[in-house]
Design a protein around this ligand. Structure first.
Ligand code: SAH
Ligand code: SF4
Length: 359
């Protein structure tokens, strides 16, 4: 299978072009066709000589994904199920926010972290996505909107779909550089958020990359005992190690960190937990935010349910009293298979034979 040209950064594309003995400006032309004009074939790159478009087509494909299902929600959320060249399925979500169109991308087929509340972790990681397969998700969502003809641009990207991005570090980093490139999609670094379950050593590496994108950490519990019981990763990277890495990240980048905290009824939503969370984040009070996230029920994890409003309010009040910057995150796409990994797992259940050749 040919790799997708979407997987190359502009620097890598330039290098490839010069290796072919072509002039450097050819790389800029290709880049412009891919990300500004957004053509779907090399033949359409009409200012390139035929021998060169033939060479490109011989070595690369443009779009490696096939769109299988699109679900549109009443609130404007669109969920896409894409098939990879090897028949595996991934999902991508577009959320319409007041500030623009935000795309949530998948980075792996399945996830090995195995958090006990998550639909994605039900399927062990089958493989990492290539940077081309990650970038193609954004490109296909953009194409979907290009075809609507309303001149809408994907303005934000969150790396919060299926998979642990820091377990596919190099491809995710390449992807970030590709979508951030100011001559391409030009999605501003501050409009991009990467979410990690807390691979502390990778948080340190990420701090050293010099990318200005936002970092979110899935915390979900304010003490080691509770966190280890719902997130296995905490046994390898307990809170002390995680917070040392976060402190390093903040010191190195001068950027704030967002903590994600799913509200699980009667599991992690007690007022004492809110106080522990406030204490845990005290040292980085001004440099962190907490997002309280409504839990999307997953049928395989029926031990968990969503915290009712009174419990969320009580939790929020304790955080606020302690001066924690926090918000309760809005839900999107409640009427479609909304939770992380759900469209994929529900589709697989409904239509296993037809849709998954390899899962
Ligand atoms: N693996 C990364 C990024 C993907 S998950 C991570 O864990 O951070 C993105 C976010 O969705 C995480 O905060 C994750 O905990 C959360 N999540 C997973 N399952 C969920 C569910 N059923 N309802 C609400 N949020 C969920
Ligand atoms: Fe993987 Fe994130 Fe789901 Fe945990 S929450 S299983 S890390 S995708």
């Amino acid at each position: 299978m040919k790799p997708s040209i979407y997987g190359l950064t502009r620097a890598q594309l330039s290098e490839w072009v010069s290796k072919q003995g072509e002039k450097p400006f050819r790389a800029e032309q290709i880049w412009d066709w891919l990300y500004r004009k957004r053509v779907q074939s090399f033949d359409a790159m009409t200012n390139l000589p035929q021998h060169f478009t033939d060479l490109l087509a011989e070595q690369f494909c443009i779009n490696p994904l096939q769109q299988r299902i699109v679900q549109e929600s009443a609130d404007g959320t669109v969920k896409y199920l894409f098939e990879l060249p090897d028949g595996m399925l991934i999902e991508t979500v577009m959320m319409r926010q007041h500030y623009g169109l935000s795309v949530c991308v998948t980075t792996q087929v399945g996830c090995n972290i195995g958090c006990t509340f998550c639909a994605s972790g039900l399927i062990k990681k089958q493989r990492d996505l290539t940077s081309g397969e990650i970038a193609a998700q954004v490109m296909l969502v953009q194409k979907y909107f290009d075809e609507k003809g309303q001149n809408e641009r994907v303005s934000h990207v969150v790396v919060m779909g299926i998979g642990e991005p820091f377990d596919n570090y190099d491809n995710v980093l390449n992807f970030l550089r590709i979508i951030n490139d100011d001559r391409g999609l030009a999605i501003g670094a501050r409009h991009i958020t990467v979410s990690t379950s807390g691979l502390a050593h990778k948080i340190r590496d990420f701090a050293n990359e010099g990318v200005q994108v936002n970092l979110a950490v899935s915390l979900h519990a304010p003490n080691n005992e509770l966190r280890s019981s719902i997130m296995r990763i905490n046994r390898s990277f307990p809170l002390e190690k995680l917070f040392e890495a976060i402190a390093y990240y903040i010191d190195t980048t001068n950027r704030r960190v967002t903590f994600e905290y799913i509200m699980l009824n009667r599991v992690n939503d007690w007022p004492e937990n809110a106080q522990e969370l406030a204490d845990l984040t005290k040292k980085i009070r001004k440099l962190s935010y907490v997002n309280l996230i409504p839990y999307n029920a997953v049928s395989e994890h029926d031990q968990y349910s969503r915290s009712p409003k009174e419990r969320v309010d009580a939790f929020y009040d304790v955080l606020k009293k302690n001066g924690v910057n926090c918000v309760v995150r809005q839900e999107h796409g409640a009427d479609i298979d909304a939770a992380c990994g759900q469209l994929r797992s529900n589709t697989m259940k409904r239509d296993q034979a037809q849709l998954t050749r390899k899962a």
